[in-house]
Design a protein. Structure first.
Length: 169
């Protein structure tokens, strides 16, 4: 996969996975598995159930399908099982984000990755009423200190350059 491409979860989730060697559809990407904030694997839902496809095993992420070399690259025995220190997207979205000044910035909302699956930035959203009045802050990955079981800590204020802010409708 090219190194200049930026990815979001919606660029992968829902796409079909095609085995080039087998000439067959393997399944559909159901979820993403992260180690910290780096993409580790895709959860593929197929005829054999759910399996894990290591991100490094992807061939091409095309406009309609993700290609892999062989059906055998999917670990069907793993199911959607996550390894230690791994989280899926729904678990990441439950994490609150706290800055180095002790301020709660909101909850993890989205991320942008490079083609290698390395997070480049995260979007943090404050709560609004039905999305109205919510506020989104984009934080560069270089400002992320740690990803824990219940929160993400980031350097902001005097310890890092100002993150960009954007209002949401």
């Amino acid at each position: 996969m090219g190194s200049s491409t930026q990815l979001r979860d919606k660029d992968l989730v829902g796409k079909i996975v095609v085995s080039m060697a087998d000439g067959a559809q393997v399944g559909t990407v159901k979820d993403l598995v992260f180690h910290g904030l780096d993409l580790n694997a895709l959860v593929v839902n197929g005829e054999r159930g759910e399996g894990l496809l290591p991100y490094k095993s992807l061939g091409t992420n095309g406009p309609d399908a993700i290609t892999i070399e062989s059906y055998t690259l999917v670990d069907w025995s793993a199911g959607a099982g996550l390894g230690p220190n791994s989280m899926d997207l729904s678990q990441l979205r439950e994490l609150s984000v706290v800055d180095s000044d002790g301020k709660s910035l909101g909850h993890f909302h989205d991320l942008t990755m490079d083609a290698a699956g390395i997070t480049q930035e995260i979007a943090v959203r404050t709560d609004g009423v039905f999305g109205i009045g919510s506020h989104e802050t984009v934080i560069p990955a270089s400002h992320i200190r740690a990803v824990g079981a219940s929160m993400i800590t980031v350097d902001t204020g005097s310890k890092a350059a100002t993150a960009s802010h954007r209002g949401t409708k």
